[in-house]
Design a protein around this ligand. Structure first.
Ligand code: ADP
Length: 200
């Protein structure tokens, strides 16, 4: 099935834009959701995480103790890499599975780290980047997550640059001061393009 990879920095508006594509009939596969599912109770990543990090990182219900893991990897780049060595391949496998089970005119994979991590770009037909300024990202995420400015800046610093995401894009949705109507119009135009490419 024709596949679009949707990416963008934190707070750029990926979820908002994905919802607008879903409303038009695109099948959405969200890798953040899958990342959460594999570390939910009995998630496929949990046995490996228990072996690698110890049972103390598994909560009573069998899910990942997220607070504990966050604290560990915050100051420990090696631990972060060990966690990602477990989760990233599983996210890829589960995403491929969901993608093959999806039904619709085309599938849209929401991949926040499309530019940062591995071969995503080669596994989709088209890359769509949601773009906005860093200041807008900061303002949105401070409001949405009740984070401090420093927290948001630190997250953004770990992600690819705006320029790198734009360079990777076939298509761009500009979500800077965009009203719901403007955003909808941009999504509509892209959706029509993807319908025709999927059909070809
Ligand atoms: P992402 O999924 O990329 O992190 P979201 O879609 O969650 O971003 O958007 C971040 C926040 O900004 C959300 O609270 C969302 O409602 C808000 N937001 C996104 N786009 C706009 C916009 N054009 N106008 C106003 N608020 C927006």
């Amino acid at each position: 099935m024709f596949a679009v990879g949707l990416t963008g920095g934190i707070g750029s508006g990926k979820s908002t834009v994905a919802d607008l594509f879903a409303a038009r009939g695109a099948a959405i596969v969200d890798t953040d959701l899958i990342a959460h599912q594999i570390t939910a109770p009995n998630g496929v990543a949990m046995p490996k995480i228990a072996t690698e990090f110890g049972a103390s990182f598994v909560a009573a219900d069998g899910s990942l103790d997220r607070a504990r893991m966050r604290t560990l990897i915050f100051g420990d780049e090696g631990a972060r890499r060990r966690l990602e060595a477990i989760t990233h391949p599983l996210i890829r496998t589960e995403t491929e599975r969901a993608r093959h089970e999806a039904s619709g005119p085309y599938v849209m994979l929401v991949v926040p780290l499309l530019v940062e991590s591995g071969s995503w770009k080669t596994r989709v037909n088209r890359v769509l980047t949601v773009d906005c300024s860093v200041e807008t990202q900061i303002a949105r995420v401070m409001r949405r997550n009740a984070f401090s400015r420093e927290q948001v800046v630190a997250i953004i610093a770990r992600q690819a640059t705006r320029e790198a995401r734009l360079a990777a894009a076939d298509d761009v949705i500009v979500n800077e001061n965009a009203s719901v109507e403007e955003l909808g119009a941009q999504v509509e135009a892209q959706h029509r393009l993807y319908l025709s490419l999927a059909d070809a």
